[in-house]
Design a protein around this ligand. Sequence first.
Ligand code: NAP
Length: 518
Amino acid sequence: MPVKLKSFVGGRWHQGSGKTVTLLNPATEEPLAETSTGGIDFRAALTHARSVGGPALRSMTFAERAEKLQELYEVLFANREEFIELSIENGGNTRNDAKFDVDGATATLLAYVDVGKQLGDRHLINDGESTQIGRTPRYAGKHILTPLHGAAVHVNAFNFPAWGMIEKAAVAWLAGMPVVSKPATSTALLAHRMTEIIIDSAVLPEGAFSFIAGSVGDLLEHLGPQDVLAFTGSGDTAAVLRRLDAHTKQSVRVNVEADSLNAAVMGPDVEAGSETWQMMLNEVVTDVRQKAGQKCTAIRRVFVPPAKLESFSDALGERLEDIVIGNPAEASVRMGPLVSANQLDDVRAAIEVLQGQTTKVTGSLEPEELLGIQVGKGYFLTPHLFRVDDAASAPIVHEREIFGPVVSVLPYEDTGTLINSCAAGGGSLVSSVYSDDRNFSRELLIGLAPFNGRLTHGSSRVAGISPGPGTVMPMLVHGGPGRAGGGEELGGLRGLSFYMQRTAVQGYSALLDKFFPD
Ligand code: NAP
């Protein structure tokens, strides 16, 4: 019998009633667990977080909250192996892909331990210097950040149940807000186990952490003016959340991390087989293979000079064909399945359209050789590579995020059209430029910046030391304009401001300096 996952709200575990959703192992289709949130009082859950968790967190200094994050890091790290196993089982991840999620979560906690230590023994943040605003220096103004008094509701996507939950929660806790976290249902097993361990550890004060295993029910209807909502997932769901009364009528902050058509650009100076070529090739292969391409930061569009279109596509195709696919529990498997039957259907449908507009270099919708998999089981397809000979003839490449192991290679003529083509994705989380030509690199980085939340520059100087564009760094902002949701998360200290009110305070300058010392 699959286990029934409980939600933790109002300071206790609740077994939901009514309609259940079954979580599966996407490689074997074996049922693993069931969720249901019927009958849970979400209004009371929010009240408990606000009235019990909020005051407890706000009574601590940043340094004290950082100590809590450090303790959480230790508790979670001690259970790393179990988390990796659950990620393989429920997420269809290979061991390395599972580590990417699980270790990403603990690394982000540690990064925010450092931010908290730097903020030290204080309860609020001074945002910038005092400014003289009167005729004499006696009258001044400054900005302070204080934690909001509501609850931080986090709704996460299926692809990073560990990192997605912890990267948001670490920032909110450090800022001083209680968290109500809801993972995507299909892969909730890992986030649920992490929650059990966090709750059992009693590291956090009561009310600081609530967890919803399954649908959010009417939770979002009860959000109020001091609450915030941070969402990661599809643009379609984001559009629904942006129409919430809480947002439109009460200005509840909504941060959206949505889909993205990330670009990788090869400079005209990059020669086949050079260090920079190899670096770009490796990073594209990683993004297609890792988590079977189900990564919001994965490279989807590769732009190369026309003379390199065929050679780079061929080199990439060969590498993709070498990837061993199958049951991610097998040590030699390098790519697992997609996470669900729905996900597989979506990707297949998009590939059908892509095939009509481009030239397929490699890829099969019905993989024949799957290591360790019973014939007909699991949500598999092989990596797909498409070559676009005429960039204008394949609008789907710039319009639809295909959330799977699928990438397209396109030619560009000059930097102007290249920047326009990258921008045609409608706003991306990250793009990467590979070149040792400083003029080209600078022009591209500046030209692409308005359309991207993050840029990576690959060159022979950093080959072998770059984690690649697909890895989100906690000290750098994560988010992107337009299609990518227009949100911003992480970024070290910057991330805290979403959970805090920035207030301008005016008065006698000496007193302001005393009240709010630097
Ligand atoms: P999704 O279907 O939009 O679901 C995301 C989350 O929203 C899930 O927890 C889901 O819960 C919940 N949800 C769905 N409908 C809802 C509603 N009406 N009200 C409240 N919550 C609702 O997205 P997904 O399939 O999990 O994730 C894939 C997408 O996420 C891709 O487009 C990807 O690009 C994007 N993504 C973006 C980032 C980023 O950082 N920018 C990171 C990862 C993924 P249930 O699972 O219970 O339905």
